[in-house]
Design a protein around this ligand. Structure first.
Ligand SMILES: Cc1cc2nc3c(=O)[nH]c(=O)nc-3n(C[C@H](O)[C@H](O)[C@H](O)COP(=O)(O)OP(=O)(O)OC[C@H]3O[C@@H](n4cnc5c(N)ncnc54)[C@H](O)[C@@H]3O)c2cc1C
Length: 452
């Protein structure tokens, strides 16, 4: 059945909301994107995107999808002086199994998160049937006869329940603090079940000017913790504007400090001094910012006994991952394509939610296993404990990880999983299994021994 597709509303103007709005503009006569922050005229950070002040890696699949939705986007990012990092050829990467040889496996454009969202928003502004209602927040859902029929929206800073705005479809893309569970309960739906696996991980981040003439033969550093006892990770990546973003991470409440001396001490305590030595005398460009809302959180909407028609939840609002593994934006990009495919496959908006949620959760299963599997290596992780299956899988992943450090084929396969171009099961393909069973890798001895 084909129904009118007059007006769609997207709540939340971060990546999931922006990409959903882009897709819906192809399927509806009008789209309204509602974001509670005001969008500045120039590129600058905003409170609702606090994560932008920390390292953000968009894997190649995510960038490919963004390019598909906004042709020319990659060129625009490059024109903004965004560096390219070959992974791991341009990096010093200390994995839990030792140093990784510097094969050329994949490429990353290492832009800041603010630049990515800004570039996408500029492109969205050119879409004629898309209206952006910034500085407004949604306070609830309108519903009638088992379907969502719109939202209540008010200007930010005002009180009251807000004005009704009717729509044929509503998408919640408001991130992990989404109010959908409360909104649904208000409409009489049962409580939403959720799974929370919390590694108690904290970030602290700061940007630095890249010292002039700095050329040590690498562009980026990634010094991983070695679980279950080592809790500290550090990363340094170049960004547009000749700067480094440095993020320090600690698991199990081993939070990195946000004062200058404490930050440097934490960097010095990583498994290699190379990051500390790089930033020790570098010029900081910002203060140090912290972030601690990093739990893996899945809301099981696909299992609800009843669900209001014409209402979707997407992005972090549906399934958020520990961000250390850099998966959320690529999962959001894939979900945008899923939305497009579902809308093309079936004209019936009443059937859309079940189909969409099921497919998105299926796509999120691999990233969820990667993130929670790693987090469950720590006894301090809350919400679940590693069962026998996870422990056996992690032993195998350790083996693959140490092989990936010295074998370019296995390195490619391993990065494909991290980059979401292949599911975790691909690590069990005969090619990898055979190598894992037979190889006797000679681990590199240190950063000077990394060139293949
Ligand atoms: C510290 C950190 C580092 C990360 N690093 C990476 C990384 O390296 N790689 C990666 O792929 N992902 C990373 N992520 C995840 C990534 O940021 C998210 O997956 C991505 O932003 C998609 O999220 P989202 O759009 O669903 O929600 P969010 O980004 O959380 O955005 C939600 C938006 O909704 C708005 N909003 C909320 N409530 C309302 C309301 N009632 N009305 C109107 N608007 C509202 C908010 O202001 C916000 O703009 C990181 C996340 C964090 C926290």
């Amino acid at each position: 059945m084909t129904q009118p597709r007059e007006h769609a509303v997207v709540i939340g103007g971060s990546l999931m909301g922006l990409l959903s709005a882009r897709i819906l503009a192809d399927h509806f006569s009008r789209v309204t994107l509602i974001e509670r922050d005001c969008f500045a005229e120039a590129l600058e950070s905003r409170p609702g995107l606090g994560q932008a002040r920390h390292l953000h890696v968009l894997w190649s699949r995510g960038l490919e999808i963004a390019e598909q939705l906004f042709p020319g986007l990659e060129d625009e990012l490059r024109a903004a002086d965004v560096p390219e990092v070959r992974v791991p050829a341009d990096m010093l990467w200390l994995t839990s199994a030792g140093w990784r040889r510097r094969f050329a496996s994949t490429r990353l454009l290492t832009f800041s998160r603010d630049l990515l969202d800004w570039t996408v928003r500029v492109r969205l502004a050119k879409i004629q049937n898309l209206r952006v209602l910034a500085g407004h927040e949604v306070t609830g859902l309108l519903a009638d006869a088992g379907a969502v029929t719109g939202v209540e929206v008010r200007e930010r800073g005002t009180t009251g329940s807000g004005e009704p705005l009717t729509a044929d479809l509503v998408v919640d893309a408001t991130g992990r603090s989404s109010k959908t569970p409360a909104w649904l309960e208000r409409l009489g739906y049962p409580a939403v079940r959720q799974t929370l696996i919390d590694p108690l991980l904290g970030y602290a981040s700061r940007t630095y000017a890249i010292p002039s003439g700095f050329d040590p033969g690498w562009k980026a550093l990634y010094l991983q913790a070695d679980p279950p006892h080592g809790t500290r990770t550090g990363a340094l990546f170049p960004q547009e504007g000749g700067r480094w973003i440095v993020s320090l991470f600690g698991v199990g409440e081993d939070y990195p400090p946000n004062d200058g001396d404490g930050f440097l001490e934490f960097a010095k305590s990583l498994r290699s001094p190379v990051l500390y030595e790089a930033i020790r005398d570098a010029e900081p460009l910002t203060s140090i910012v912290s972030y601690r809302r990093t739990a893996n959180l899945r809301r099981h909407y696909e299992r609800m006994p009843a669900w209001p028609r014409r209402f979707l939840v997407a992005g972090d609002a549906l399934c958020a991952f520990n961000p250390l593994y850099g998966q959320g934006m690529t999962v959001a990009a894939k979900s945008a394509l899923t939305l497009d495919a579902c809308l093309r496959a079936d004209g019936d908006l009443d059937r859309l939610a079940r189909r969409f949620h099921r497919k998105v959760i299926k796509n999120a299963t691999g990233p969820w296993l990667v993130a929670t599997g790693e987090d469950l290596r720590y006894d301090t992780t809350r919400g679940a404990a590693a069962g026998v299956r996870t422990r056996i899988l992690n032993r195998y992943v350790d083996r693959v990880q140490s092989l990936a450090n010295v074998d370019p084929r296995v390195c490619d396969r391993f990065i494909d999983v991290l980059a979401l171009t292949a599911p975790p099961q691909s690590l069990f393909l005969p090619e990898v299994l055979w190598r894992a069973a037979t190889a006797r890798p000679r681990p590199p001895t240190g950063p000077d021994d990394l060139v293949p």
